[in-house]
Design a protein around this ligand. Structure first.
Ligand SMILES: [Cu+2]
Length: 227
């Protein structure tokens, strides 16, 4: 790459986060949070599969606006990976920069982990909207390492009330007698949902009244948030 072009790219890249607030807490996706004030802890695993995919588990999240989330991230793969929270748009831009030059992040919205390592990102989702978590190491995003984060407006508008009828831990499913699911355009009824994260099953038992968010993920009705 010629030097003038590369200097221009570096300038463009570093200027963008500075304008958006960078590490000063003014990003669209939110701001750094304090672990002691986390409303919720979420385990995230990064890994590769035998057929060449690279994955995050779970593959999507829903949070309530102003929720502070402690992500505990484990690299269970054989390659280095990272976990970056941002808008999808900024991730695309950032990924293009990383394809052109060696870069490592050490911002509060990201963590980079060697195989076998664990790390944390504590983040307050202070704006409603759809954001993204991704690994921006060249080739990894394309191999599957990205997923959506829905941040829902705080007054519970997108949470639906229901009662747990049955928990099937072996198959990762829960049956819920629920009120109308506005986002899915479904009337009140009793339905079976998958859970986005198996740990959610530990918080559910038959007879419990709950408030939850359900979304269609890869064609399957999935419980993505609970409170
Ligand atoms: Cu990766």
């Amino acid at each position: 790459m010629n030097k003038i072009l590369s200097a221009a790219l570096i300038g463009a890249f570093f200027a963008a986060p500075a304008l958006a607030g960078g590490t000063h807490g003014g990003m669209e996706v939110g701001k750094p949070g304090k672990a002691a004030q986390a409303d919720r802890e979420v385990a995230v695993t990064m890994k590769e599969t035998d057929d060449g995919e690279m994955l995050f588990e779970p593959s999507s999240f829903s949070f309530a606006k102003d929720e502070t989330v402690k992500f505990v991230i484990t690299n269970a793969g054989e390659l280095e990976h990272e976990f970056v929270l941002d808008t999808a748009e900024r991730n695309v831009h950032h990924k293009a920069m990383m394809a052109k030059m060696e870069m490592e992040h050490d911002d509060p919205n990201s963590v980079r982990l060697e195989p076998g390592a664990s790390g944390e990102v504590v983040w307050t989702f202070s704006n409603a909207g759809t954001f993204e978590f991704a690994c921006l190491i060249p080739g990894h995003y394309e191999s599957g390492m990205h997923g959506p984060i829905a941040v829902l407006d705080g007054n519970g508008g997108s949470f639906t009330k229901g009662t747990v009828k049955k928990v099937d831990a072996a198959s990762g499913k829960v049956t819920i007698i629920h009120e109308e699911l506005v986002n899915l355009e479904m009337p009140a009824m009793t339905m079976v949902f998958r859970v986005a994260d198996d740990a959610m099953l530990d918080q559910l038992k038959a007879g419990d009244p709950i408030e939850f968010v359900a979304e269609r993920i890869k064609g399957k009705l999935t419980l993505t948030a609970l409170k």
